[in-house]
Design a protein around this ligand. Structure first.
Ligand code: NAD
Length: 351
C-alpha cells in the first residue's frame, strides 16, 4: 500500500444549542475584536444570537449562490472598510463560500457555522462565478479555522432542502470513493459518512426538529466533506459543476438528481467502492441502498424540473467530457455522457 494523505488543520466543535458561546470561544481564541458576520437575510434570525455574543464590526447580508465575482468584490470591500480581523459565517454553502472568497484575498481567519449539509466548511476549496462559468480552486487560506456545528440551527431548514442538501453530502461520499486523489483513509471516512447520512436523513425528513437525526446527518456531512477535500472532484462533481454553471441550476438539487446515474455508471468498474457503499447502507448493492434512501426521502428526480432546457444536454456534453477526471473507474465516451444526461434530465430509472 503506497499513498499520501493530507489531514487539513481545523478545529471542529459540535455544540448542540450552544452556538453563541461556542462561536465566542473560537473568535476569542483567534484574538478577534472586529467580526465581520456574514449571513443572508433569510439566515439573519439564525445569526442574531451569535451576533449578540461576539464583537461585531459589520453584518453583511449580500449573499448570492455560487459567489458571483461582483458579490465577492463587494464583500472584500466591506471587510476592508470595517477593519475586520475575523469572519464569522452563519448559513449554507453560499454564505460559507462568500466568507471563503473574502479569506482568499485578505487571509482573514474564518469561523464557520453551517446551517445546511453542504460541507463547504470542511474543505479548502473556493468557488467564484463569472457569467456562466464557475471557477474553483484550493487554497489553505480559505479553510475555516474552526467549525461550530449546532444542530438546533438546522431545525428551520425546509424539508426539500434537508433532502437535497443531505444527498449533496452523500454525493461527496460517493465521489470520494473514486476521486482523482482518493486514498484508503478517504474511503473509510466516506463509508462512515454514508452510514451517518443514511441513518440521520430519514429521521430528519420525518421530523424536522429531530436533534438526534440532525446530529447524525451533520456528522455524516462533515465526514463527507473531509473525505471529499482529500479525494478531489470525481465524475459526479464534474458533471454537476458544468450543469450548475451553464444553466444556473440549484446546487443541492442538481447533485441529488445526478448521483444515482453516476453511481450506476461507475459501480460495475469499482468493486471496492460498490461494496463499501453497500455495506454503509446495509443493502445488497450500492445502487439498491441509494435507491431505497431516495425513495424514503422522496428525493428530486429530474433535471428538467429544476430548469435545465432539453437542448442543454447537447450543449453540456462537450465541457463535461473535457472535465472527466483521469482515472475514473469507467471509461467515458460522448455517447455515455449523452445517455446519462438524457436519463437524468427526464428522470428515468438509472440504467
Ligand atoms: P445555500 O447556502 O444557497 O442555501 C440554500 C437556501 O437555504 C438559502 O436560501 C438559505 O438562505 C437557506 N437556508 C440555509 N440554512 C437554512 C436554515 N437552517 N433554515 C432555513 N433556511 C436556510 O445552499 P447550500 O446547498 O447550502 O450551498 C450551496 C453552495 O455551496 C453552492 O454554491 C456550492 O457550490 C457550495 N459548496 C461548496 C463546497 C466547497 O467545498 N467549496 C462544498 C459544498 C457546497
Amino acid at each position: 500500500m503506497k499513498f499520501i494523505h493530507e489531514t487539513l488543520p481545523q478545529r471542529v466543535v459540535f455544540a448542540p444549542g450552544e452556538a453563541p458561546s461556542a462561536v465566542a470561544a473560537e473568535v476569542g481564541a483567534l484574538g478577534g475584536a472586529k467580526v465581520m458576520l456574514i449571513a443572508s437575510e433569510q439566515e439573519a434570525a439564525l445569526a442574531d444570537p451569535i451576533a449578540a455574543a461576539v464583537p461585531v464590526a459589520l453584518r453583511h447580508e449580500d449573499v448570492v449562490m455560487h459567489v458571483p465575482v461582483e458579490v465577492a468584490a463587494r464583500a472584500r470591500q466591506a471587510a476592508a472598510s470595517c477593519g475586520a480581523d475575523v469572519i464569522v459565517t452563519v448559513g449554507g454553502g453560499s454564505t460559507t463560500g462568500l466568507g471563503k472568497a473574502v479569506a482568499l484575498t485578505t487571509g482573514l481567519p474564518v469561523v464557520a457555522v453551517p446551517t445546511t449539509y453542504a460541507g463547504s466548511e470542511a474543505t479548502d476549496v473556493w468557488g467564484l462565478t463569472e457569467g456562466e462559468t464557475k471557477r474553483t480552486g484550493a487554497d489553505p487560506k480559505v479553510l475555516p479555522r474552526s467549525i461550530v456545528y449546532d444542530a438546533h440551527l438546522l431545525t428551520t431548514l425546509p424539508g426539500e432542502l434537508t433532502v437535497s442538501s443531505g444527498l449533496n453530502a452523500l454525493a461527496h461520499c460517493v465521489d470520494s470513493m473514486w476521486g482523482p486523489r482518493a486514498d484508503p483513509i478517504d474511503r473509510v471516512l466516506a463509508q462512515e459518512g454514508i452510514h451517518g447520512l443514511a441513518a440521520g436523513l430519514p429521521q430528519v425528513a420525518g421530523d424536522s426538529a429531530s436533534i438526534e437525526g440532525i446530529e447524525k446527518t451533520l456528522y455524516g456531512a462533515y465526514l463527507a466533506a473531509v473525505a471529499f477535500a482529500s479525494a478531489g472532484s470525481g465524475l459526479h462533481h464534474k458533471i454537476c459543476h458544468v450543469l450548475g454553471g451553464m444553466f444556473n441550476l440549484p446546487h443541492a438539487q442538481t447533485h441529488a438528481v445526478v448521483l444515482p446515474y453516476v453511481l450506476a455508471f461507475n459501480a460495475p468498474y469499482a468493486p471496492e467502492a460498490e461494496s463499501r457503499i453497500a455495506h454503509a447502507f446495509g443493502s445488497a448493492t450500492a445502487r439498491e441502498g441509494l435507491a431505497a434512501l431516495r425513495d424514503a426521502l422522496g428525493a428530486p428526480r429530474a433535471l428538467r424540473d429544476y430548469g435545465m432546457p432539453a437542448d442543454g444536454i447537447a450543449k453540456a456534453v462537450g465541457p463535461i467530457l473535457k472535465a472527466v477526471p483521469a482515472g475514473n473507474p469507467a471509461p467515458v465516451t460522448q455517447a455515455d455522457i449523452t445517455a446519462l444526461l438524457q436519463a437524468a434530465w427526464s428522470g428515468e430509472e438509472p440504467a
